[in-house]
Write a protein that binds this ligand. Structure first.
Ligand code: EPU
Length: 420
């Protein structure tokens, strides 16, 4: 038996939705917490399967993990640096943050290759380049990495690409290193600032997070602290797009509107009616939507993670839209699923061309990756008839109670077990 999500389309949504803590911050904050020598409490933790997988890895490392509501208390005082070769490591991408965290704390890590959504090739050469610059020796054998350093020494590291993962991993590996590490062409995503904030609360000395030059001055001890995660800008963006697609009026609360400015400015161009507040956005029934061109870029550019949900909305816009993904040139599997539902989309390497508006019809579709899943939900809400979404586990990796939130807004969405 396997689970599918079913959506009966064509309902108008109305009401308020509260956005959860950021998935991509959480999955870095949890590994970062083990760098401390005392308990760390994280507040606002989303209920998603990636967090459950990371908690499982913490338990393998003999870290005491306690959950209470949206609070996670991580106590690494009895931690052991065991090899991470269990299957759970390959369930998600973020398990690679244990490379930086364990290397930083113990000077040694053995870990299987991480998994995660398939978005085309996702090399980790820049992470490795960073570890090597700090003095580590990296070996790849039997599907995993062994990274070892007698001593970690601060270094100047230039990232060829402003990689989120490499920036965070190097910050963690350098937290205890001797002297100053400088990351040039560092990624500037809000999640990086959140990780730096946690590290600094723990007693680290990280400066410049949020700019493209970050310095880390190594310290001798990291202590416990309490930290609240920033709101999830991708979940926020997903709901703003959903509202533009089918809400009479929707308030999206607990957000930092600045984090999704690249999206809201594009939605304004499309003609979406929005009232942007301090920590919320209200979207009201918009008139006809106009086609637009979008190119994804690292933050503060348009997020690649929102390109897929936006494409579902673009099927309803008047004219021809172009979406170019410069971060992941193969992140277009959702287009094939949207075509099945009636969308007119041409896919070429690194881009898609969407002609609209086109009526969508419910069909059997697959969430080929997390944000493709979000795209399918938006298409399902817009479509005539019932949409059946397969491989729901991708959606559950990153969206906290998406069905519950949508039900409250008036959507008809439910799960069913079906024969394999
Ligand atoms: N890259 C390299 N070498 C590296 C690292 C990255 O060539 O060593 C390339 C990648 O292949 C990609 C680009 O650099 O083309 C950017 O990758 P980045 O390292 O920034 O991505 P990531 O850290 O693997 C995070 C998010 C993704 C999000 C990207 C881009 C997490 C756990 N994942 O991935 O989130 O798409 O940044 O913003 O934080 C999602 O949430 O659905 C998701 C996939």
């Amino acid at each position: 038996m396997k689970e599918v999500i079913k959506i009966e389309g064509g309902r108008r949504l109305k009401g308020e939705v509260t956005i959860s803590g950021s998935k991509n911050a959480t999955v870095a904050l949890i590994p970062a917490a083990v760098l401390a020598n005392e308990p760390v409490t994280i507040l606002g933790v989303p209920e998603i399967s990636d967090v459950r997988s990371l908690s499982e890895i913490l338990r393998i490392l003999n870290v005491d993990v306690r959950e209470e509501g949206d609070m996670l208390r991580i106590d690494p005082t009895k931690m052991r640096n065991v090899d991470l070769e269990q299957d759970v490591v390959t369930k998600l991408r973020a398990s690679y943050y244990f490379m930086g965290a364990l290397l930083g704390k113990y000077g040694h890590v053995r870990i299987k290759m991480p998994g995660g959504c398939y978005l085309g090739p996702r090399p980790i050469d820049l992470h490795i380049k960073g570890f090597e610059a700090l003095g580590a020796v990296v070996e790849y054998e039997r599907g995993g990495y062994t990274i070892h350093a007698e001593e970690l020494t601060g270094a100047k590291i230039f990232l060829d690409i402003a990689s989120v993962g490499a920036t965070i991993n190097i910050m963690m590996a350098a937290a205890y290193a001797d002297g100053r590490t400088t990351i040039e062409n560092a990624a500037r995503e809000p999640e990086i600032i959140d990780v730096a904030t946690l590290l600094n609360k723990m007693g680290a000395n990280v400066k410049g997070a949020g700019t493209n030059v970050i310095t880390i001055d190594g310290v001798r001890n990291l202590n416990g602290c309490v930290h609240e995660i920033i709101p999830d800008r991708i979940e926020a963006g997903t709901f703003v797009i959903m509202a533009a697609a089918c809400a009479d009026e929707m308030k999206i609360s607990n957000i930092i509107p600045k984090h999704i400015e690249a999206l809201t400015s594009k939605l304004e161009e499309m003609g979406v009616n929005m009232e942007i507040g301090i920590d919320s956005i209200i979207v009201r029934n918009s008139g006809p939507l106009h086609a637009i061109d979008v190119t994804t870029k690292p933050y503060p550019g348009f997020a690649t993670d929102l390109q897929q949900p936006l494409t579902a909305l673009l099927t309803q816009a008047q004219g021809v839209s172009h979406v170019t993904d410069t971060v992941y040139s193969e992140r277009f599997k959702h287009c094939v699923e949207l075509q099945r539902m009636g969308a007119e989309i041409e896919i070429s390497k690194g881009s898609s061309t969407i002609t609209g508006p086109r009526k969508l019809y419910g069909d059997k579709v697959t969430a080929t990756d997390l944000r493709c899943g979000a795209s399918m939900i938006i298409a399902g809400l817009l479509a005539e008839g019932t949409t059946e979404i397969h491989d729901t586990y991708h959606i559950d990796r990153g969206y906290d109670d998406i069905d519950g939130k949508l039900k409250k807004l008036g959507a008809v969405i439910y799960r069913e077990k079906i024969e394999d």
